[in-house]
Write a protein that binds this ligand. Structure first.
Ligand SMILES: C[S@@+](CC[C@H](N)C(=O)[O-])C[C@H]1O[C@@H](n2cnc3c(N)ncnc32)[C@H](O)[C@@H]1O
Ligand code: SF4
Ligand code: SF4
Length: 360
């Protein structure tokens, strides 16, 4: 997810709660230049129908929980270089038994600290901590405002429990007179929820979210999820996105959505700045340049080497050169879905889950 919504919010003059964010962006300097997304575990408490956690091979992966020792090292060496530090990427960080301690360690060395979560494990103690530290933003992945649809997509989740957790977080913010953490409600656009998008915006408003963010479905091979793809109903999808955008504007909620589903194609590779700006960290300490690094070896390992050594090392330099020149591109870059996924061609591609990392 890009950070373009901040500039959209600012352009739309809904800058109230986003002044802080704007400050971070204008402070972008040579010392803070990274957007870090980091998994502290490879485990999750749910099996959402569109997520690779529903694949048998994912469920059979050996559990990995990052040690506090490695987390401290990364926080000390790498977080001071980040504009955005997101303590989650492809799993559910709240299942890590030491997640509270990780937030405490991360806060003093982070600029904009956030995490995304399914929200089911956000109990009172964690919510109090997020307000006290504070965490800047929590992104809640909620794929429907309606219990039945929500629970059929987010398998293993209870809608009532989630709403209870969201309300408690808002009460704690209120009690402490704090606007932080901002909350974003995030959903994957699918056939089963697209009609609900405008009511999703109302639901977000009721629960005091600052932003609604949506993304297209990535079709992972083996999930039988093609049936949820909106490629067959582009007009409906575009119509609902534009209705929701209009409503969000009226309600004062920032709304971020991917490009409309049109026939337009983008040359994705030219848009990639990830190897210069982004760091995806696996719970083992392994370093990937982005979250589209399917089937590729990591570019380094922070449990063995220092950040500068990896960032300025041969593997990173080779990748940057290949993206600049188009020569020697790796397969995942040549077929990159990250930037092409906003287009029909991009999202139509089936993705085979699997990384060259995380199996030690
Ligand atoms: C893999 S989850 C990990 C973080 C956390 N467990 C959560 O659900 O927010 C990260 C994001 O990916 C989204 N996601 C899962 N499967 C997806 C798919 N097939 N296509 C697009 N986004 C997906 C989730 O809804 C969530 O917003
Ligand atoms: S909660 Fe997040 S990681 Fe877990 S299955 Fe759902 S989308 Fe995947
Ligand atoms: S796979 Fe390559 S092109 Fe795609 S985001 Fe990653 S580094 Fe960029």
């Amino acid at each position: 997810m890009g950070e373009l919504w901040f500039s959209t919010a600012i352009r739309a003059k809904r800058i109230g709660p986003f002044m802080q964010v704007a400050k971070f962006l204008t402070k972008k300097s040579s010392s803070r230049f990274l957007d870090i997304r980091m998994d502290v575990t490879n485990q999750c408490n749910l099996q959402c129908e569109m997520c690779y956690f529903s694949l048998p091979e994912k469920r059979m992966e050996k559990p990995v929980f990052m040690s506090l020792e490695l987390f401290r090292k990364i926080a000390r060496d790498v977080f001071p270089k980040a504009i955005f530090t997101t303590l989650s990427c492809g799993a559910e960080s709240l299942v890590h038994p030491k997640f509270h301690s990780m937030l405490e360690i991360a806060r003093p060395v982070s600029s904009y600290l956030k995490f995304s979560t399914n929200g089911l494990l956000l109990d009172g103690k964690l919510a109090e901590l997020c307000v006290r530290l504070p965490v800047n933003e929590i992104i809640f992945s909620i794929d429907s405002p309606e219990k039945e649809t929500f629970e059929s997509i987010r398998k293993g989740a209870s809608f009532e429990k989630l709403v209870e957790n969201l309300k408690r977080l808002e009460e704690i913010k209120e009690k402490n007179n704090s606007a932080l953490p901002f909350t974003t409600f995030n959903l994957v656009l699918m056939k089963s929820n697209i009609e609900q998008l405008p009511s999703y915006v109302e639901f977000a408003k009721e629960l005091h979210a600052s932003r609604v963010a949506c993304q297209h479905l990535r079709v992972f091979a083996g999930l039988d999820i093609e049936k949820e793809s909106l490629l067959g109903c582009k007009e409906l999808a575009n119509k609902k996105i534009s209705e929701a955008r209009k409503l969000a504007k009226e309600l004062g909620i920032v709304f971020s959505a991917p490009l409309p589903l049109s026939e337009a194609e983008v040359d994705g590779i030219k848009l990639c700045d990830r190897p210069w700006t982004f760091l995806n960290l696996w719970p083992t300490g392994e370093v990937l340049p982005c979250d589209a690094w399917h089937g590729q070896e990591p570019l380094g390992d922070l449990s063995k080497n220092g950040f500068d050594e990896i960032w300025n090392g041969e593997a990173y330099e080779q990748l940057r050169e290949s993206i600049k020149t188009g020569n020697g591109l790796r397969e995942c870059c040549a077929n990159c879905r990250l930037f092409a996924e906003a287009t029909p061609k991009g999202i139509a591609k089936e993705i085979k889950y699997g990384h060259g990392q995380g199996n030690k």
